[in-house]
Design a protein around this ligand. Structure first.
Ligand SMILES: Cc1cc2nc3c(=O)[nH]c(=O)nc-3n(C[C@H](O)[C@H](O)[C@H](O)COP(=O)(O)O)c2cc1C
Length: 188
């Protein structure tokens, strides 16, 4: 597959098989991530793999946050919990906040852009190995309790995504893109 075919075939995966990932593939994905461009070489990212008991606790927290928004049946709660636990691998990705950066500064903006590049690098590398990734920005990303569960400070870190990684159970259909010329023009 050439680069354009790889880019165009990648899909956000919504359901994962329980097949384990090959040894080393995750470290290679992080290696792809840290080769993303980052302005002034701020190396702003962090990637924390969450497994075992802490992942169970994050699943519990996810259900608690969802149920606080609107009441859920036991069945819905079990399904929401299972969604967090389904993929063989889960990573919380984010940014280290620049010291004293109280407002959404240019650096934070550029660091977030770099994180998006890093996650796309991961997604494309993984897709070339037939492994899917979903970048999720649900309630877990914003909850202070997630920071406590990961032993990181909300003062110095910003969680920007939960990355679910694994072999797709189903590969979703492409969300058809609007025509290219809607986004591109030349001026002279
Ligand atoms: C910053 C960001 C946040 C996203 N958050 C979610 C999310 O919370 N839940 C979800 O199902 N997909 C999420 N996505 C995936 C998009 O919905 C997905 O990219 C879009 O539907 C197009 O599908 P594709 O990735 O297969 O092209 C997110 C993507 C980005 C870039």
């Amino acid at each position: 597959m050439n680069a354009l075919e790889l880019i165009k075939s990648r899909r956000t995966v919504q359901s994962f098989s329980d097949k384990k990932l090959p040894d080393g593939i995750l470290r290679s994905a992080i290696d792809a991530a840290i080769h993303a461009p980052n302005h002034h070489l701020t190396w702003p990212w962090f990637f924390i793999q969450v497994a075992g008991a802490r992942r169970q606790k994050l699943a519990d927290l996810h259900v608690k946050l969802k149920a606080a928004k609107s009441p859920m049946t036991d069945v819905a709660q079990a399904a929401a919990r299972a969604k967090i636990l389904e993929s063989p691998t889960m990573i919380l990705a984010g940014l280290k906040k620049p010291a004293g950066d109280k407002i959404y500064s240019d650096q934070t903006r550029e660091d977030y852009a770099s994180l998006a590049c890093a996650i796309q690098n991961m997604a494309l590398f993984l897709w070339s190995e037939n492994v899917g990734l979903k970048w999720s920005t649900g309630g877990l990303v914003r909850s202070p309790e997630t920071y406590s569960l990961l032993d990181i400070s909300i003062e110095t870190h910003e969680i920007a995504g939960v990355l679910f990684i694994g072999y797709p159970k189903v590969t979703p259909r492409i969300a058809e893109r609007p025509p290219l010329d809607q986004f591109f023009r030349t001026v002279e």
